[in-house]
Design a protein around this ligand. Structure first.
Ligand code: NDP
Length: 340
């Protein structure tokens, strides 16, 4: 059983040498007294929240990875053996699994931590993205947290990524004016030509983010879907409209810093009566069936498209994960470990 393990806690930007490929021997059966589920991993998901898990965390909503143990994360897998009444051999599932060929998922707490895949007439890898955690993040973050209305001015950072590309498309479907920022020309083209954003810009080429935002939002921003934090957040705060909303989804620009950057313009929240809400996707998984009902027809009718960036083989996983923090991924970063 090939595995990717974390060697030790990481500081600064993660490196490939922080992880190793090893292997162990396991029995491909669930132990008799266990109600776990033994799976063969097919696709693994690389997600930004995995970076904080590479350091020693206390009192966080997620656990640190254990140095010397396989990395854990979202994935799509096939059940080989089950001691759990909710799953049987042959089921396809998505949820928390390990960065290895086979994983014994111990006691799935509930059907909300390991989901049985019902729709198989869409690409299975989508369950790491549009039909999995990032999809739910975009859905809950936009519809539940942002309180969006037709015609509003929406700005999304890290807009071409797993979550951002969907938020932009949801906002367009609702009839909003949508602008995204991303870190390369190719990504900007994708935003405008594939995802239908009204405008997009490469934040790395803008000397003055405040001026860039004023160019695209002369009347200001109603909704900011925050994925990056730091300087972008500061510039956005200067451009929000009265009663604007900021959904604090993630702040990836801060994840590799030992000390977070300061944010200086928070005072603008007060006179403009801006609501800024942090949220975690885990609080919204009860909406998953409702989300599927909406999104599956949209995918089939081509109303929503989804771009993935897939690397092949478990051994490619460390570099794929690290790539998120250098913007190497174009779309949702997936690692294909095995075909069914
Ligand atoms: P992406 O697919 O967008 O990948 C990460 C992207 O972030 C990179 O491709 C890069 O794009 C951008 N990026 C990396 N470093 C920086 C930087 N220093 N400054 C600006 N941009 C940077 O990731 P996801 O869509 O999966 O996640 C997006 C955000 O959503 C993250 O912050 C993540 O933590 C958060 N999240 C939050 C959840 C929640 O429950 N609240 C759940 C899931 C995700 P570029 O080339 O454009 O710079």
């Amino acid at each position: 059983n090939k595995q990717v393990i974390l060697n030790n806690y990481v500081s600064g930007f993660p490196k490939e040498s922080d992880m190793s490929l090893t292997s162990n021997t396991i029995e491909l059966k669930v132990p008799l007294d266990s109600n776990g589920v033994l799976v063969k991993n097919l696709y693994l998901s690389c997600d930004p929240y995995m970076r904080p898990r590479m350091k020693k965390l206390e009192g966080s909503y997620v656990e640190s990875f254990k140095p010397g143990s396989p990395i854990s994360g979202y994935g799509v897998a096939k059940v080989l053996d089950s001691g759990h009444p909710g799953f049987k051999k042959g089921d396809l599932v998505w949820g928390m699994t390990g960065w290895e060929e086979y994983t014994l998922i111990e006691t799935p707490q509930s059907l909300l931590s390991l989901f049985k895949i019902q729709h198989t007439d869409v690409p299975l890898s989508y369950y790491t993205g549009i039909l999995g955690m990032p999809g739910m993040t975009a859905y809950a973050g936009f519809y539940e947290v942002c309180s969006p209305k037709r015609g509003e001015y929406v700005f999304i950072s890290a807009a071409s990524g797993a979550v951002g590309q969907l938020v932009g498309q949801f906002a367009k479907l609702l009839g909003c004016y949508v602008v995204g920022s991303a870190g390369s020309k190719d990504k900007v083209d994708l935003l405008k030509n594939k995802f239908g954003f009204d405008e997009a810009f490469n934040y790395k080429e803008e000397e003055d983010l405040n001026a860039a935002l004023k160019r695209y939002f002369p009347e200001g921003i109603d909704i900011y879907f925050e994925n990056v934090g730091g300087k972008m957040l500061d510039a956005v705060l200067l451009n929000m409209r009265l009663r604007g909303r900021i959904a604090a989804c993630g702040m990836i620009s801060q994840y590799n810093l030992d000390e977070p950057e300061g944010v200086y313009n928070l005072m603008t929240l007060i006179p403009k009566r801006i609501r800024m809400d942090g949220f975690l996707v885990f609080d919204y998984y009860h909406l998953y069936p409702k989300y599927l009902e909406m999104i599956i027809p949209h995918i089939k009718e081509g109303k929503i498209v989804y771009v993935e960036d897939t690397t092949e083989g478990l051994e490619s996983a460390p570099s794929a994960l690290i790539g998120l923090f250098f913007g190497r991924n174009v779309g949702k970063q997936v690692v294909a470990v095995a075909r069914e």
